[in-house]
Design a protein around this ligand. Structure first.
Ligand SMILES: NC(=O)c1ccc[n+]([C@@H]2O[C@H](COP(=O)([O-])OP(=O)(O)OC[C@H]3O[C@@H](n4cnc5c(N)ncnc54)[C@H](OP(=O)(O)O)[C@@H]3O)[C@@H](O)[C@H]2O)c1
Length: 288
């Protein structure tokens, strides 16, 4: 919401879409933002990223409406919890990675220029006492398992970076489309509803996290990070920068593992398989 608010204020001639699984909640947010920003061109759409059918329905509905050309996509959703998605995938991976992967692929058909941002996290590279992260095959994390939530979360955030780097690489080879794709770490925001701690270690971490975040200068808030994210989407300062990882305002290095191109391609191919995306739905030739 904070990102949408800032885009609506700074860029009043743009249409803004709030896509959410809870239509009542997003209609209320739209009403509030229209009033606060005096921008009437803000709309609520239903989108459940934990259902591949819902992603397809959202894109179909979006295409039916008479909006100006699509310029920006922010992939921000994350979901914890042990349940499976509508398609039987692990909820964290299914929502945070697969849903966004399909969404961006489908929407790219509507885009000629613009910016796409995958919201990741510094936890894509977790300290070993929080999670031990290796990448062997995305199938290891695709289905519900008894792995702890921190590891699933970190893996999904790593996938967001691989995906941003892969989209950027593929779009660089299509100069007729001037689209940049990056990954963003919003910093530690203690005022959001990020997945509840699921064990004693996570409960302890949640208590000390604000202090640790301040000490490590990664503390932020939803309002602050939402504003920075909006800047990435509309500020001329970021024009043309693609395939990068931003720690809030600054271009930064992501983890060593995140630059493994073989893993990124493996994830891309697995994601095509798992989402069953069809050639006619995509602009990329390797989707057959
Ligand atoms: N909080 C932090 O300290 C922190 C740090 C680094 C990175 N991040 C990243 O920042 C992003 C936002 O996280 P947050 O802290 O704002 O977490 P949050 O409060 O839990 O928000 C998650 C958002 O995802 C949406 N969502 C969940 N499942 C969905 C689904 N199936 N379909 C559509 N939307 C769905 C939620 O919608 P509802 O409103 O319907 O629940 C909510 O808007 C995430 O990508 C997270 O990894 C957060």
């Amino acid at each position: 919401m904070e990102c949408a608010r800032n885009i609506s204020i700074q860029s009043a001639d743009n249409s803004v879409i709030i896509a959410s699984r809870n239509i009542e909640k997003s209609v209320a947010v739209v009403k509030k933002l229209r009033f606060e920003t005096q921008n009437a061109d803000i709309h609520a759409f239903i989108l459940n990223l934990a259902s591949l059918q819902s992603v397809r329905d959202f894109v179909e509905e979006f295409c039916k409406r008479d909006f100006p050309p699509l310029y920006g996509i922010v992939c921000n959703a994350i979901s914890g919890g042990g349940e499976a998605t509508a398609d039987g995938f692990d909820m964290t991976f299914g929502t945070g990675h697969l849903g966004h992967f399909l969404l961006v692929n489908l929407l790219l058909k509507q885009m000629r220029e613009g910016r796409i941002m995958f919201v990741s996290s510094d936890q894509h590279d977790p300290p070993p006492f929080i999670a031990r992260l290796h990448y062997v095959d995305a199938l290891d994390f695709a289905y519900p398992s008894k792995r702890n939530h921190s590891t699933k979360y970190s893996f999904t955030k790593l996938c967001n970076i691989y995906t941003a780097y892969q989209f950027a690489e593929r779009l660089r080879a299509m100069p007729e489309r001037k689209i940049s794709v990056n990954a963003f770490n919003p910093g530690f925001m203690a005022d959001t509803g990020l997945a509840k701690p699921q064990n004693a270690t996570e409960r302890l971490l949640q208590r000390i996290a604000p202090l640790l975040a301040s000490m490590m200068s990664v503390r932020s808030s939803a309002a602050m990070s939402g504003r920075l994210l909006a800047n990435h989407m509309i500020n001329p300062e970021y024009e043309g920068i693609t395939g990068k990882y931003f720690d809030r305002t600054h271009e930064s290095k992501s983890s060593k593992l995140s630059y493994n191109r073989e893993n990124a391609i493996n994830l891309w191919n697995r994601s095509i398989e798992l989402t069953k995306i069809q050639a006619y739905e995509s602009i990329f030739q390797d989707i057959t």
